[in-house]
Design a protein around this ligand. Structure first.
Ligand SMILES: Cc1cc2nc3c(=O)[nH]c(=O)nc-3n(C[C@H](O)[C@H](O)[C@H](O)COP(=O)(O)OP(=O)(O)OC[C@H]3O[C@@H](n4cnc5c(N)ncnc54)[C@H](O)[C@@H]3O)c2cc1C
Length: 297
């Protein structure tokens, strides 16, 4: 056994150190797959992280695995269902995770197509609407149900990038093939129907997009998101020393959470994180449900 940077790696995993970098005293080791957790014999606590390069012994685990939250949850043998206390005071059992497919794309307009009168680029625009949505191409009704889109200048200058409200993957979470992920997935890709819907919604929101549907850049895009039972994040400690950050696809809203989690691990509980504990389900202390078609707004 050899000690490195405060962590103990067994001899099988020492190769892992070849692919590490250090920043602000933190060692980042890339290209390693977590395959399981080693548990203590006298407690539930995790004593080591099993990887495809051997076991890394540890005192504390922090998991922030985005769409792979399900895999870590399963490796930790946490419950497949959550018990939720309803407004009626009765307990309801529901699947722990639900996958949603986020559809996104780019319309190949000029890079400054959305530039504002003051010459600056606009913020992200997000519109939810119950107005009937008609195809900008065929003028046929696309939907008369609530719909939502977001859009912003594409970060690579390819035009305007954005998406629609995602759809629920109609499978038990354990049946969903998360890998290969994103644009490499043969199963979960943005559909043809997205092109018409998103471009028509853009034209509905801003006249300058009218007649531009043909500029949609076809190609793989989008990706899966792993949602908690109420689609809000979970920040909590499990099995004594495993801290789980299950972001439920809330993205930029997670900025700052790392520092709060670090403080919690060191013993200072955060009032901001408290409402996001796992036991909110059995206590019936869920977050308000929005009317938006997006699970994260
Ligand atoms: C299509 C799409 C568009 C989005 N657009 C936006 C946006 O515009 N703005 C925004 O704020 N948010 C956006 N989000 C949400 C945002 O991407 C996520 O909320 C965020 O990336 C979650 O961060 P994370 O660090 O928790 O997980 P991730 O960023 O997903 O990181 C998890 C990491 O764990 C690694 N991993 C998984 N399994 C293992 C394993 N077994 N062993 C080791 N490592 C493993 C993965 O490789 C990955 O690097 C989008 C999400 C999707 C799917």
């Amino acid at each position: 056994m050899k000690k490195k940077g405060g962590y103990a790696f067994n001899k099988d995993s020492i190769k892992a150190l070849e692919n590490k970098s250090t920043s602000n005293g933190v060692e980042v080791i890339k290209g390693i797959k977590v395959t399981g957790f080693k548990r203590g014999s006298n407690s539930k606590a995790v004593t080591g992280v099993e990887t495809d390069r051997g076991t890394i012994e540890c005192e504390q685990v922090v998991v922030g695995a985005g769409p792979w939250a399900r895999d870590f949850w399963n490796m930790l043998e946490l419950p497949k269902t959550a018990h939720i206390k309803g407004k009626d005071g009765k307990m309801h059992e529901t699947d722990m995770w639900k996958y949603w497919m986020l559809q996104e794309g780019v319309i190949g307009v000029e890079a400054d197509f959305l530039k504002m009168n003051n010459g600056e680029q606009p913020p992200v625009i997000h519109v939810d609407s119950t107005a009937p949505l008609y195809s900008d191409k065929t003028k046929k009704l696309i939907t008369d149900k609530i719909w939502g889109i977001y859009y912003k200048p594409d970060i690579d200058g390819l035009g305007v990038q954005g998406g629609t409200s995602p759809y629920v993957v109609d499978k038990h979470f354990d049946q969903v093939n998360v890998d290969p992920y994103g644009i490499e997935s043969p199963e979960y890709q943005t559909t043809e129907a997205f092109n018409d819907m998103w471009c028509s919604a853009l034209a509905h929101c801003q006249k300058r997009f009218e007649g531009k549907s043909d500029l949609y850049r076809k190609g793989p895009s989008g990706g899966l998101g792993c949602m908690t039972p109420d689609s809000f994040p979970i920040f909590d400690r499990f099995l004594e020393n495993v801290y789980m950050i299950a972001d439920s696809n809330h993205g930029y809203k997670m900025i700052g959470v790392g520092e709060l989690v670090a403080k919690e691990i060191l013993g200072t509980e955060s009032d901001l994180l408290k409402p996001f504990r796992f036991n909110r389900y059995e206590k019936g202390e869920l977050h308000p449900t929005s009317n938006s078609p997006f699970p994260w707004s």
